[in-house]
Design a protein around this ligand. Sequence first.
Ligand SMILES: [Zn+2]
Ligand SMILES: [Zn+2]
Ligand SMILES: [Zn+2]
Length: 234
Amino acid sequence: MDRCFYCNSLLFLSHYKDIYDNHCCKKHIDEENSVAYCSECLKLVPKSGNQLDDGRVICKDCMGIAVSPDRPYDWILKQVLARLYKAGFNDLKIDDITIWTATSEEMAMYKKGGVNVFNEGFCSVRENGKIKIYIQSHHTKIHFAGVLAHELLHAWCFQHGLFNIPSPIAEGMCNLASYYVYHSIDFPLARIYESMLFADEDPVYGDGFKAMYKFYEEHGWDGVRSIVINSNNE
Ligand SMILES: [Zn+2]
Ligand SMILES: [Zn+2]
Ligand SMILES: [Zn+2]
């Protein structure tokens, strides 16, 4: 019989479990609010000692491979660019782009909105063509790579004057870039992030991604690019 990882009781009745076969009593999550799923690897962990100031719960293992403002990401950028070039985005001009790792609080400040832990990144362009990308800190390197790929494709759209692409098509293509990066990485976390893209039920991000993925399977990146370019409303 399964035991609760948190209080060690034997679990007779329905209870929570994670993909790593850790189990826990319902009350720790539903009533006490003392256990949660790590937002990066979906493992059940005690909240205490694993929570960021913005409320996200991230386990020690994931923190160990997380990108934070004081950890360089140059190597990740190189890997992501290599994949985007392979997908045919070799005209992406990286010198015009500045990339920042920001806490959720900083992201809210730059975006002039409230703190939203589900906002993993954003990309903005100035009139002089300079582009800034912000990526939420404390994602694992692999997750960071996926978010970076997503935002770099927004930058590519800006660099090509594509400012009015319908959201499901734009976000669908950008999420397809995340998928493409995850799919190329042979590591269990990459499989998790890949499946989260497919499980997303959001009409813009989730449905947009699934539609673009289907199109990508049939027509490849060239087909995806032509849809995106043709969908732009002048
Ligand atoms: Zn328990
Ligand atoms: Zn974790
Ligand atoms: Zn986006």
